[in-house]
Design a protein around this ligand. Structure first.
Ligand SMILES: C[S@@+](CC[C@H](N)C(=O)[O-])C[C@H]1O[C@@H](n2cnc3c(N)ncnc32)[C@H](O)[C@@H]1O
Length: 383
């Protein structure tokens, strides 16, 4: 297998948002992107992979697909993992680590998988070069991901490093902060276009409005990521990466006031949102203000066509009576913004849906996503 021309890659994202990530991969690269085993598979050249790392907003990590095959035992896993020619990927002096995920019933653990894959990589590299690669589990130069889903074994090489949801602007964190990749995906689910007005009445540290501004101004968040793993991988030449960075920088639009607003009742949250907005280089692009979302009409002085928000979650934010809180919020949205559509994320879909319908909203969608081990629901509604 050669590692320079049309290569196979897969991107990871929040479970439940694979179709959004696949659409973004297709849009950015002009290739077919297929969702399989909760990942997004596609073919491109190294430059296409680099473009995703710099530009993607719904993707967490991008992996080069190094090997894939049927494996039912550790011996079979070792066989698949030993097959690729890694000499084109890893320099002799580089250290590596293997992380492993296992889904399904097996009589071995993910640690066992990581161990046999590590051995297979060391052996095949030594056979090809005479050099024994160094393992560094804490700070490796090169990181592999081994995934076994039933008998489907996949070996990927991490081209991203730390997940892309760690955005450059997030210096202030909200205790119930939303992942920026989820925020971006919610904007896509809402069908929000940069030409439309947008309000987040529960903006917290500003994730949704900042992601909206980043999208509107064609900002490439990964360009500001430090230490992307691809910069240490041989298949990404310095010329390709620096040429691409220059081109993408040139495509970004200069900051300007946008029709995007964030509101929150907490002065601390608003000050954090201001700090994050400033760090994003977008001061003045988004209108942030204090207000009570339960009486929105007192604070909103102009119409907004889309509301996208992350209201307080019952468990995390200590809401005593979520139904009453949501009912008041959804009623006030209708009073202040007749005709606006609503996209929100919540942990109690039944309560939210009942509250929406009881005050005259029509629920048009409910998608379950996994936020770590917690399920969240992205609910869309029209008036
Ligand atoms: C889940 S957090 C939003 C987090 C945000 N998406 C982020 O990433 O930082 C919910 C926010 O709603 C705000 N909030 C609670 N009650 C409110 C109300 N009546 N009006 C406006 N904001 C309110 C809280 O201060 C909190 O910042």
């Amino acid at each position: 297998m050669g590692f320079r021309d049309a290569l196979k890659f897969f991107a990871t994202c929040v479970t439940g948002l694979e179709d959004i990530a696949a659409a973004e991969v297709s849009r950015l690269l002009g290739v077919e992107a297929i969702v399989d085993v909760s990942k997004v598979f596609f073919e491109t050249e190294p430059e296409g992979c680099a473009l995703l790392n710099y530009s993607a907003k719904s993707v967490n990590k991008v992996y080069l697909l190094v090997a894939r095959g049927e494996a039912r035992s550790l011996a079979e896993i070792e066989g698949v993992a030993a097959s690729p020619n890694l000499v084109e990927l890893i320099d002799r002096g580089q250290s590596f680590a293997v992380r492993a995920e296992r889904h399904g019933r097996h009589d071995f653990t993910s640690l066992d998988i990581a161990a046999v894959v590590g051995e297979a990589i060391i052996e095949s590299y030594r056979n090809a070069t005479g050099v024994r690669l160094r393992v560094d589990l804490n700070n490796p130069d090169v990181e592999f991901l081994a995934i076994l889903r039933d008998s489907d074994f996949i070996l990927g090489l991490n081209t991203t490093g730390l997940s892309l949801h760690h955005r450059y602007y997030r210096v202030r964190h909200h205790r119930a902060g939303l992942s920026p990749t989820v925020a971006h995906s919610m904007l896509m689910i809402a069908g929000w276009q940069p030409s439309e007005s947008l309000l987040d009445p529960f903006c917290g540290s500003g994730t949704i409005p900042i992601e909206a501004a980043i999208h509107a101004l064609n900002i490439h968040p990964g360009l500001r990521m430090k230490n992307l793993a691809m910069t240490r991988l041989r298949i990404f030449s310095h010329e390709i990466l620096s040429g691409l960075r220059e081109r993408l920088m040139g495509e970004e639009e200069a900051p300007r006031p946008l029709d995007i607003a964030g509101m929150d009742a907490s002065p601390k949250a608003l000050s954090d949102a201001e700090t994050n907005l400033e760090r994003a280089g977008l001061k003045g692009c988004v209108n942030l203000s204090a207000g009570d979302a339960l009486v929105l009409e007192k604070f909103i002085k102009k119409p907004y066509s889309k509301i996208v928000c992350n209201p307080p979650f019952g468990v995390r934010m200590g809401l005593r009576d979520p139904y009453s809180f949501y009912t008041k919020a959804f009623m006030s949205m209708r009073r202040a913004l007749p005709g606006a559509s609503l996209t929100l994320i919540a942990s109690k879909p039944v309560v939210v849906t009942r509250a929406l319908e009881d005050v005259g909203w029509t629920v048009t969608g409910d998608r379950r996503i996994m936020l770590g081990s917690i399920a969240g629901h992205i609910i869309t509604a029209e008036q």
